[in-house]
Ligand binder design. Structure first.
Ligand code: FAD
Length: 467
């Protein structure tokens, strides 16, 4: 690696080398995981490069290839798996300056990768009263490119599934990392080569996304005395095609009372479990009837709250997804979480009965290949790494998938198998392995046996003088 040669070749492209700022920009939200925290605490890049145009991204990648400088792409750095952390040092590629909205029509939007999703929706709502089909709960700070490269789904996924589902991304403009970088327009199945690839095989500079109708979604909290009843009710709401909801999330006691500080006045006790819902205004009368029918307790509904009360509350989506965990970590830094999938309510009941208060249940109702599934983000009261591994193994032995958030690689954080299309594209688009080193096991260790139960160790992490 020739960092000085690389820097000199960048001309007037902004470069940051203040060690404190660089270390800050070398982090994401890896600290949700005690294991990643200990493994990645020391990781930092040497510099941060902030291109202002696609042409400058091409320059950075051409020179990185020439001077063999590892490049870790970064949006807002809100990923949770250490995806945006530079395991081999080198340079962070900050994409947040590429934040232009390029075109809006009634059913789609094209924008640069660094645009913040809330800002993007502001533009599409104003132009065509349309909005992104779904977004992460980090909506107000996360970038579109970072979501596509590192996210999975979110608020709205109960109606639209996730980023990997055909039709939820219409096109990507990607820059390769070669002697002469190419700017490629990916459509159709080619999109999946780069979607959720952690930026290991191409830098997303633009995306075209479908839009759906925008509503002034109504925030709702419904109380139940029992976590299982809350999950059963959420499952029923999710099945009501006539109830237009964007978010349905049951959260087991005592999490709502203990962690949702500003909503606590509406939550009746530590023993109350709560279902978080965002519903279209027209759905509210039917939803209220449905709550009564299921003997739920309508604790809060934004369409009837006084404006000055509403103004003091965070949006419901910032109680959900990994904001639930974040709110917990602010109160009790010893907790962590898992990312699971329960195929049905019986498996949710198994988990609630098996782990009780060691793992307070938190579910995000999502659609997965057309089926309503219980996507879990349960809180875990962390004791030891061995116990965490045991909880994961018990899930897998009982037919519940775990997308392990305590690993930084694509495979271990996903389906524990090589994505052949992504590996093949990396060989073509990043032949020297410059992009986000250490995040694709199949690149570094093609023969790794995922069934061995062994944890994969990236040697590059240890050459950085790690513990
Ligand atoms: P970063 O964290 O900066 O990057 C994410 C990954 O993409 C990294 O691997 C990075 O190297 C790569 N990358 C970034 N930009 C590019 C680019 N232009 N081209 C190629 N690669 C790139 N995720 C969800 O899916 N759903 C949720 O609901 C959700 N809720 C969250 C709640 C909280 C409180 C937190 C902390 C995280 C949550 N996340 C969620 C994870 C994360 O916020 C989202 O995935 C977010 O969209 C990532 O965007 P970002 O700009 O922060 O990306």
């Amino acid at each position: 690696m020739d960092l000085e040669g690389f820097r000199a070749a960048l001309g007037d492209i902004p470069v940051e080398d203040n060690p404190r700022i660089v270390q800050q920009k070398s982090r994401d939200h890896y600290w949700y995981s005690p294991r990643l925290k200990s493994q990645l605490e020391h990781v930092t890049a040497a510099i941060v490069v902030s291109p202002r145009s696609v042409e400058e991204v091409v320059t950075v990648l051409r020179e990185a290839f020439r001077f063999e400088v590892p490049i870790t792409p970064r949006g807002a750095g809100t990923g949770n798996y250490g995806q945006a952390m530079p395991l081999s040092g080198g340079a962070m590629l900050n994409l947040m300056n590429l934040d232009k909205v390029i075109s809006i029509s009634h059913d789609r939007v094209r924008a640069q990768a660094g645009v913040v999703m809330e800002k993007l929706d502001e533009a599409t709502i104003e132009a065509v009263n349309g909005e992104l089909r779904f977004h992460p709960s980090t909506y107000r700070m996360a970038s579109l490119g970072g979501f596509i490269a590192g996210g999975s789904g979110g608020v709205g996924s109960i109606r639209w599934g996730g980023l990997r589902n055909f039709g939820n991304i219409l096109g990507l403009k990607v820059v390769t990392c070669e002697a002469e970088p190419r700017v490629l327009d990916l459509t159709g199945p080619d999109i999946l080569k780069v979607a959720h690839a952690y930026g290991t095989n191409g830098i997303i500079v633009e995306a075209e996304m479908p839009l759906t109708a925008h509503y002034d979604w109504v925030d709702v909290l419904v109380g139940f005395d029992d976590a299982y009843e809350a999950c059963a009710f959420a499952g029923q709401v999710a099945l009501q095609d006539g109830l237009l909801c964007k978010e349905i999330s049951p959260v087991a006691a005592p999490v709502p009372h203990d962690y949702f500080n500003r909503h606590r006045p509406f939550i009746k006790s530590r023993e109350q479990s709560v279902v978080l819902i965002m519903a279209a205004p027209a759905a509210m009368p039917a939803l209220a009837d449905f709550v009564d029918f299921h003997k739920g307790d309508m604790l809060y509904r934004g369409d009837e709250a006084a404006p000055e009360v509403k103004a003091k509350l965070p949006p419901v989506y910032e109680l959900a997804w990994n904001h639930t965990t974040l709110r917990g970590l602010k109160i009790d830094p010893t907790i962590t979480y898992l990312q699971t999938q329960y195929p049905n309510l019986e498996k949710v009941k198994w988990a609630i009965d098996t782990f009780g208060d060691e793992m307070p249940m938190h579910i995000e109702m999502t659609k997965f290949d057309g089926r309503v599934v219980f996507s879990g983000l349960p809180i875990v009261r962390y004791t030891t790494e061995e116990r965490l591994e045991e909880i994961i193994k018990l899930h897998e032995a009982n037919g519940c998938l775990v997308f392990n958030p305590h690993r930084f690689t694509l495979e271990e954080g996903g389906m524990k198998q090589t994505d052949r299309a992504q590996l093949a594209f990396k060989k073509e688009a990043d032949p020297s392995g410059i992009l986000n080193p250490g995040k694709m096991i199949a690149w570094d260790d093609p023969d790794f046996d995922f069934d061995s139960g062994r944890t994969w160790l990236f040697t590059g992490l240890y050459t950085l003088g790690a513990a």
